[in-house]
Design a protein around this ligand. Structure first.
Ligand SMILES: [Zn+2]
Length: 88
């Protein structure tokens, strides 16, 4: 005969978790429009950042100094000598 209780008092959760309400957007149409505008803006920013990263990578590959925009065979040596305080 087994007398195992289904309830275990030790698993009771303590503390109060605040669960945000699922529905916070009142006007659905306006919220969606704003969200789409924000998504478009973020996509534009992402594209611009991606373009900038590629541009900088290309410049670095060609040995262009990020400070004075001149190209050097040894950019590290140039950075150490001419721009020792430059931080990325
Ligand atoms: Zn330089």
């Amino acid at each position: 005969m087994t007398t195992v209780s289904a309830r275990s008092p030790s698993t009771a959760r303590s503390g109060t978790r605040t669960i945000p309400p699922a529905r916070q957007v009142g006007d659905r149409a306006e919220g969606q429009e704003a969200a789409e505008a924000r998504a478009t803006s973020l996509a534009d920013q992402l594209a611009a950042a991606d373009k900038e990263a590629k541009r900088l990578a290309r410049r670095a590959r060609n040995g262009v100094c990020p400070c004075c925009h001149r190209s050097f065979a040894n950019v590290k040596k140039h950075m150490d000598n001419r721009h020792p305080t430059y931080q990325s």
